[in-house]
Ligand binder design. Sequence first.
Ligand code: SF4
Ligand code: SF4
Length: 434
Amino acid sequence: MSASPKKHPPTSGGAPSLASLLERDLYTDSLDCVHCGLCLMSCPTYRVTGRETASPRGRIYLMRGLAEGRLEDSSLLEEEAFVCLGCRACETACPSGVRYGQMLEHTRAAVRSSQQGAGLAIWIERFALRQIVPRPGRLWLMVGLLAIVQWLRLDRLGALVLPRRLANMTKLLPSIPPAAERRRMPPLTSAIGPRKGRVALFEGCVMPEFFGRVNDAARLVLSRAGYDVIVPRSQGCCGALQAHGGDLAFAHELAEKNAHAFDAEIGELDAIIVTSAGCSAALRETENWIGEVGGAVAAGVRDVLEFLDEVDCELDLKPIAMRVCYDDPCHLIHAQGIAAAPRRLLETIPELELVAHRNPEVCCGAAGIYNLTQPEMSKQVLSPKIDALVDADPEIVATANPGCAMQLAAGLAERGIEAAVVHPIELLERSSRP
Ligand code: SF4
Ligand code: SF4
């Protein structure tokens, strides 16, 4: 696919609209792509479809068309922008430094802001991402209702009687943890033994509801490693899901809230620790999203595994004699370049056998809420991943992102595989338990 002759980016008279500002950024960013095609085979949607328009190069060509006002019919771009997983494997493969993740965010926001009268599915998605996900009380209530549905086994009934798409959604849900696990963490956990420093823990929105045990494991391991762990109460949702859905303005509001939540303590902190790869990737964008006021948060964010590896934590580890596959979350390996640290940490656990499987760096198809909005493509992307795990035959699959954990667990369960899916920090917690 060849580039069109260079034109000036679109301009508009009077105050520029959000869409035109985003398109201007898109135009500038698109110039980095030299159309070499080296990213193509790293793209899961291109590998599934073989369509140029479902490849990074093809999408960038469409994005540039949008920015230059050349697209007479934008429906193809609208479709391909949301069929893209946002996995950013193309960024890792690109020799030209294309910032594809940012371009995708801007494209989706431009598409959504220019759509007249959103359809029902978009309206429901936006309502859930604005009115439920970032509001802890409402989310707690919704998850509580889901727990009752699961307790009454209505989800199994639903899987039989609901339309296929809705039935598939119920299969992706993990068992809702008991209420005791869904509580907020204590505001301060003191270091055990000689004190090495002080960190803040970022809780996230979905994590406390579905994966409170992961945040708790991080808190305990950090305190055993000699760190005071604080949990600022005014923190909130990171905005990743909203940004992926094209609601960049709301994602920026959430980023501002978090910048203020950590502001008072930031000078005293060694890091802001995050257990979800999607959240840490979004928090690292805080400065790009809201400017200087977000600089300290963006600079201070560390994935929990990255931090423990970086500070060379000393933990008294007991053996875990199990075969473990580590699967890379895209937002850790491609968005943040973190691949070796989780493996190095797992290898410190005595008797744990780290087993390699094929293509651990390829997306599992979870991609935020992609497995809900694009279930067919998500399944096709997941399938080779599950094949690779079946061949490696681990007892445990470790991954560092909640969406990936749910997707892998659902994929393994569908094939009747019993391997447990956990966060690596849970294994470190179990191994370092006094
Ligand atoms: S983000 Fe992933 S799915 Fe989207 S174009 Fe890049 S490699 Fe393909
Ligand atoms: S590798 Fe980079 S420069 Fe080459 S086509 Fe892909 S995005 Fe463009």
